[in-house]
Design a protein around this ligand. Structure first.
Ligand SMILES: [Mn+2]
Length: 345
């Protein structure tokens, strides 16, 4: 036990001290740093995920700091990077331009006619990617694990790029209702719907992407899934059929984990879960994983001996109550704990 935790009682109620889960650790003391990215510039359907990090911060105070699987869960040093005013401001600025583009496209204008505005949005996204890359790189150089908290699902690109300079080879466990393999969407190169396309085409250190829970994807994405050997695919329908016919979730989890290399990054889009757990997310789709299924998969991955090198949680968008953020906070805590499981056994 270090000095900070001498005075910290994990059984007390969470105190709003600006840190996720009300934990008492400074960033310097922390093994894990939560890096919030309030950005939803390319969200096409329901904007609002830029409010996710603050809502999860508020909801995280209710999470009990105990886990049956992880010894002294409350004593894992999780630190909080404050919300960036610059990112919030830039988000507002570029969101106004992208909304104009999205509205014009809906009225029948072509992407060519909107080229100038689209390029402005792409410039904003490149700036955000660079910002995330620099931040993540700084923390990685200090030996810390980064827990990236979106925002929409475009935000991990800069972080994954920073990881690619530290790890020569790694895989991604990608839990999501969507495949995110579109070659730009609505003209936006760094769209929330393109994150895995951009990773496959720009980050060769990623040798495998294992997709889980997908149930809404287009023909073009399907062709990429069939063609590209770096992808393994566990669609929501295949998973459900297997379970309906007497298979077990454990068998599926084993296959998922076997398909991944030693080093694993987790990219968790909350809409991979059933939409009753994330009703206000940007693009909800019926079907999806239960919370218990997701938790079991994440724990099995951590317990399998594979190394979790980092993770993100994206697309949590608060509604009029705290429910979406409540689920998000609990998922964030689970991933943070499991990423340290190897050191806690
Ligand atoms: Mn996604």
């Amino acid at each position: 036990m270090n000095n900070t935790t001498d005075k910290f009682n994990p059984n007390d109620i969470g105190v709003a001290n600006g840190n996720y889960f009300g934990l008492p650790f400074s960033i310097d003391e922390s093994q894990i740093v939560i890096l919030p990215i309030p950005w939803d510039v390319t969200t096409s359907y329901n904007p609002g995920t830029h409010n996710g990090p603050q809502a999860i911060l508020d909801a995280s105070l209710q999470v009990d700091l105990f886990d049956v699987n992880v010894n002294e869960a409350w004593n894992i040093e999780i630190g909080t990077e404050p919300l960036s005013e610059k990112v919030l401001k830039d988000n507002e600025k570029y969101r106004a331009i992208s909304e104009y583009v999205i509205n014009c496209l809906a009225m029948g204008y072509s992407e060519t006619e909107l080229k100038k505005e689209i390029e402005k949005v792409n410039k904003g996204s490149r700036m955000l990617n660079d910002w995330v890359y620099d931040k993540a790189k700084q923390f990685l150089e200090k030996g810390k694990m980064v827990a990236l908290l979106g925002g929409e699902h475009s935000v991990p690109f800069g972080y994954i790029k920073a990881l690619s300079e530290k790890y020569a080879e790694f895989g991604i466990l990608h839990i999501d209702a969507h495949a995110d393999l579109r070659n730009a969407y609505e003209g936006f190169t760094y769209s929330h719907a393109s994150i895995m396309y951009n990773v496959l085409n720009n980050i060769p250190q990623v040798t495998k992407i294992c997709q889980v829970g997908q149930r809404d994807f287009c023909v073009q994405e399907c062709e990429i899934i069939e063609r590209d050997e770096r992808l393994s695919f566990f669609s929501d329908m295949e998973i459900s059929n297997f379970l309906f016919e007497g298979g077990t979730w454990k068998e599926i989890c084993d296959k998922i984990i076997d398909s991944l290399p030693q080093n694993v990054y987790i990219s968790f889009d909350i809409d991979g879960l059933s939409p009753d757990l994330c009703p206000n997310t940007g693009t909800p789709v019926p079907g999806g994983l239960s919370f218990r299924q997701a938790d079991y998969l994440l724990f099995r991955l951590a317990a399998s001996g594979k190394t979790i090198i980092g993770f993100d949680l994206c697309e949590v968008s608060p509604g009029s109550d705290e429910w979406d953020a409540n689920v998000g906070a609990r998922l964030l805590f689970k991933m943070a704990l499991y990423s340290q499981l190897h050191a806690r056994k």
